[in-house]
Ligand binder design. Structure first.
Ligand code: IPE
Ligand code: IPE
Ligand code: MG
Length: 237
């Protein structure tokens, strides 16, 4: 592997293409989501093996509520069964689960499952697995703007004290480093409302592979691709 860049500290993935994977095989879309869980398992293991410190997975966007009710219900059920079933293995690997997004719209059952997994793994520090669920970057920014407006109105801070650090600190990702690498599978080349603030200087990679086919080799390829990038942050070499 080219040594230009060290390992990314934070890899964020837009897991796209589950539906197409299933449709190509004449299967219901849910089968694609089920297979997608296998890719999540493999990817978490790869991230741990490579010493990546943070892995964010975009699992459900706020806009995804607009899908047919049976698909949304299937996904909710899958989130519950998965986090419950995977928690022991995550604990074994030292993986801490965190959630970003607006959890208020989830049912009590989904919320309970997610919170249990977060609590059970909170002492783990090998890899932080951030699940973006009911996540929308614009909602996150609106939420941050309200928080800062409230603090300002209460006299806790002055408008002049608001800088990039305060804004970043009011986001759901407050204590999570910005992603170094954002991967979106399935060949689509857009961010779909994902980490818009945090992606300011992320390297982007759009492999054609559909998420259920994303395995260990693809993860290695993503890291190799990242290693070749020349990150300048606006400066000269
Ligand atoms: C990504 O796969 C999973 C979610 C958005 C929940 P899709 O379901 O978007 O799959 P395609 O894009 O329709 O193939
Ligand atoms: C983005 O995928 C959201 C997730 C992967 C969870 P979508 O399939 O929902 O995005 P669009 O509609 O193609 O932009
Ligand atoms: Mg999609």
């Amino acid at each position: 592997m080219d040594e230009r860049n060290p390992m990314p500290r934070h890899v964020a993935i837009i897991m796209d293409g589950n539906g197409r994977w299933a449709e190509m095989r004449g299967l219901p879309r849910h089968e694609g989501h089920l297979r997608g869980v296998e890719s999540v398992r493999t990817t978490v293991r790869s991230a741990v093996r490579h010493g990546v410190r943070c892995l964010t997975l975009y699992a459900f966007s706020t806009e995804n509520w607009g899908r047919p009710a049976d698909e949304v219900e299937g996904l909710m059920e899958l989130f519950c069964t998965c986090v419950a079933a995977e928690t022991p293995e995550l604990l074994r690997q030292g993986v801490r689960i965190r959630m970003i997004g607006d959890r208020s719209r989830f049912s009590e059952k989904v919320r309970r499952h997610l919170e249990q997994a977060e609590r059970a793994t909170e002492a783990c520090d090998r890899l932080t697995l951030v699940l973006a669920l009911d996540y929308s970057a614009r909602s996150e920014l609106v939420h941050a703007a309200r928080t800062l407006a409230r603090r300002t109105a209460a006299g806790a801070i002055t408008p002049e004290a608001i800088d990039e650090r305060t804004v970043a600190g009011a986001l759901w990702t407050a204590d999570i480093p910005d992603p170094d690498l954002i991967v979106r599978t399935s060949g689509e080349q857009r961010l779909s409302n994902f980490l818009l603030w945090q992606a300011a200087y992320a390297e982007l990679w759009f492999p054609e592979v559909l998420w259920p086919d994303f395995g260990e080799e693809e993860f290695d390829r993503a890291l190799a691709e990242y290693a070749r990038r020349d990150r300048r942050f606006g400066r000269l070499k």
